[in-house]
Design a protein around this ligand. Sequence first.
Ligand SMILES: *[C@@H]1O[C@H](CO)[C@@H](O)[C@H](O)[C@H]1NC(C)=O
Ligand SMILES: *[C@@H]1O[C@H](CO)[C@@H](O)[C@H](O)[C@H]1NC(C)=O
Ligand SMILES: *[C@@H]1O[C@H](CO)[C@@H](O)[C@H](O)[C@H]1NC(C)=O
Length: 531
Amino acid sequence: MALQVLSGRALLLLLPLLLGPQAPLAAAARRPALWPLPASVQQSPNVLHLTRHSFEITHGPHSSAGPRCFLLEEAFRRYHEYIFDYSVSSDDHLKSFVGKELQQLLVTITSDSECDAYPNSSSDESYKLVVQEPVATLEAKKVWGALRGLETFSQLVYKDFYGAYVVNQSEVTDSPRFRYRGVLIDTSRHFLPLKTILKTLDAMAFNKLNVLHWHIVDDHSFPYQSVTFPDLSSKGAYSPNHIYTHTDIKAVIEYARLRGIRVIPEFDTPGHTESWGKGQKDLLTPCYKGSEKTDSFGPVNPTLNTTYVFMSDFFKEISRVFPEDYIHLGGDEVDFHCWETNPDVTKFMQQKGFGKDYSKLESYYIQRLIDIVSSTNKGYMVWQEVFDNGVTLKKDTIIEVWIQSTYREELRRVTAAGYAAVLAAPWYLDYISYGQDWKKYYSVEPLNFVGTTKQKDLVIGGTAALWGEYVDATNLSPRLWPRASAVAERLWSPQKVRNLDDAYDRLTEHRCRMLRRGIAAQPLFVGYCEM
Ligand SMILES: *[C@@H]1O[C@H](CO)[C@@H](O)[C@H](O)[C@H]1NC(C)=O
Ligand SMILES: *[C@@H]1O[C@H](CO)[C@@H](O)[C@H](O)[C@H]1NC(C)=O
Ligand SMILES: *[C@@H]1O[C@H](CO)[C@@H](O)[C@H](O)[C@H]1NC(C)=O
């Protein structure tokens, strides 16, 4: 009884004495750390406490989304777990904390919720969060903003010196600087188990990243199981255990949707297609040595009608399997050497009047492919070479800029031509080096190129690309996190947020938080995490 008259603070000071060795020990303090930093944050020194048993996240009374909104119900459950560290230990002793308590977070969706929709290029991710006693409120136009606001709320909660969960009274108004914030994974060089992909989606949500660019097939293996062409994976995958069935793909897409993440599949052609050739006869160009056919094959054979019939059937299937509005068609690094050796290709070049310009042949192929994909009502993304080679593109084509040495000039050229650009060049995370290379990724300014405001508006975001030559399930997480977090803040937070010391402090804690949530993120530097 006497305890009740003590102030909360005094009580907590006494707790270790009163409760003995089971009491939360001092030094369990954690710092709150927001990552990526919201557009506007105001915090007061007034601290509220929350307990696992009495705090709840639920729908506001005027929300357009209710308990039938599975996406939010799932998010409420998840974030409750994150906030209280999945802890099952009782924190009932803290109920006698006499300080102010935060009892609820009420989440209100103010317009058509889009609960059952897929996120897309125009999804609204803005939100407003007010943390005050006794009820905090989170308002967003759409569920997508609510998801981002829940993440922010969870990042505001920390453990004080006595092990109590606390949150400062705060007001956050937030929306992303760029609407396309991607991570590229590569499941061809190494197969990534479903579990690894889902974990990556978790971590992306912790960093407010919203596009999974799934570079699903390439030269090395073809893990996508096609219903129309089952031989592609039965002959082109590493083994029958290294494939993604439609059930797997549905699982990835739904898991991503629940986190406000789009899944953009990449089926890269006409280069990078060696594995396609195993299960699809006559798709690739046979290479010649002199007048002799060799055993090796080059890019997709652009001279055969059968190629386009195949592509048409294949992309019809892809357009049904992936609800996403965009398909990435690749188009990078086409090696012309094999085409040059092939007499049928030479004849075709003559017929078409391409001279010796093989990029014209590449353009011819890509143009036909684009017509095929457009007819399925999908938009498309391509790597920059397709633009560089002068292929005729629809106005809503997105060009992904990847060549490091010239990317500023390329951004200028792409946007001057009126195309939207996604920047990947400075964020190839597969390149590793000694030291804190996150600072290099963090310091990039995507709009630092010569161009008008209209041109700058065409840069819609960027991608942290983790190519798979040296990456599989064993090292994907530590290589991606927290290095991709640096890219995440660059793409979400206002341009002026660029102080490296402040970023270091917040990112160090953010990394510890990712660890607590089960992501094997590597350390920034020496130190330790309060678990
Ligand atoms: C949160 O509250 C604590 C305790 O009053 C205070 O020391 C701290 O500065 C506050 N944090 C912020 C960001 O205002
Ligand atoms: C994005 O999704 C919403 C909800 O389904 C839809 O109303 C909107 O038209 C879509 N926008 C685009 C650009 O497809
Ligand atoms: C390929 O298709 C074109 C146009 O449809 C047609 O003119 C041509 O005869 C076809 N070639 C073969 C070998 O079938």
